[in-house]
Design a protein around this ligand. Structure first.
Ligand code: ZN
Length: 316
């Protein structure tokens, strides 16, 4: 595992990405935002991420009492699984949660059961570990358009369904940046070619909704951001191209699902079809690595995405 000191990447406007390395380096980030000596975390990784998050505070000279907010973009466990454990370390922080997500952080039992089903028992235990509850008095429910203060800056929290119904994004208009959780898809730095980012959607169970997701991408772009910080992984720019590709690829995944909706071996068809689709986009992007490396970097997401598309097909 990478040394804690090597897990921090500093960006503009007081933003630090913390590599929480769920299953490999640079697969998931929590972001630390510092302004005027006050701090917020955007997403938390899992309980296993705690040492890296606390190290980030030390490295930036921020005391645990100086963290005002833990902003969980949604309650999927790679984003909020560590929120309870982190909150125990931060005496003055409030945890901001979407109205549909709040009860799951106060009582995570349903979240744990659902995630064990999606990931399987062995993988769940290895990756996620303990999920600590958060006292209800420390939860701040986030309505669409809620504004909060962090030091000298104002952050607007906006509801962005499509990946999850209980998802919100964080807009820092003064700095022209947005924290998008999973709404603006996945862009692993391993796929960068000559500094150009590669992007594709995440359609994890159980709320994938292609039309809502495209509308949420448009809503993010309506703020004219210069940077979007993704949980998977960190800053992307070139947002006109990436937003266009995101929407095209959301529709391509939905089409793939519709094509195989009644196939007897639907899960297999989807899995192979999606891998081939992403591989084709990687070829067009100029990504040079071989099939083995592509499987290493893509298989977990392809599996989750296909499960999410099946749930969507069955709901439609
Ligand atoms: Zn998610």
């Amino acid at each position: 595992m990478t040394a804690l000191a090597d897990r921090l990447t500093e960006y503009r406007a007081g933003v630090t990405a913390v590599d929480v390395a769920l299953t490999r380096p640079r697969d998931a980030a929590a972001h630390l935002v510092v302004d005027g000596g006050r701090a917020a975390f955007v997403d938390t990784g899992t309980t296993h991420s705690l040492p890296a998050l606390l190290h980030a505070l030390d490295a930036r000279g921020i005391g645990r009492g100086d963290v005002d907010w833990v902003l969980t973009t949604h309650v999927h466990l790679d984003h909020a699984g560590g929120a309870g454990a982190l909150m125990r370390e931060l005496p003055n922080a409030r945890c901001a949660v979407h109205p549909r997500g709040a009860r799951h952080l106060v009582d995570p039992s349903q979240l744990i059961a659902g995630s064990r089903k999606v990931f399987g028992e062995e993988r769940y235990d290895r990756i996620y570990g303990e999920i600590a509850p958060i006292e209800v008095s420390r939860v701040r429910v986030v309505e669409d358009g809620t504004r909060i203060r962090l030091g000298g800056r104002e952050l607007e929290l906006i509801h962005t369904p499509g990946h999850a119904l209980h998802h919100y994004c964080i807009v820092d208009a003064a700095n022209a940046l947005i924290f998008s959780g999973d709404t603006f898809g996945l862009s692993y730095r391993d796929f960068d070619v000559d500094g150009r980012a590669f992007i594709f959607p995440t359609t994890t169970p159980v709320h994938f909704d292609p039309a809502a997701l495209c509308a949420s991408v448009d809503r993010l772009m309506s703020y004219q951001p210069r940077s979007i910080f993704l949980t998977h992984y960190a800053e992307v720019t070139e947002l006109e191209r990436l937003s266009r590709e995101m929407k095209e690829r959301v529709l391509a995944f939905a089409d793939l699902g519709a094509r195989h909706r009644d196939a007897p071996d639907r899960a297999d068809k989807l899995r192979h079809g999606m891998f081939a689709m992403i591989a084709g986009w990687l070829d067009a992007h100029g990504y040079p690595r071989d099939e083995g490396e592509r499987h290493r970097l893509l298989d977990d997401d392809v599996e989750l995405n296909c499960q999410g598309i099946e749930v969507w097909l069955d709901r439609k």
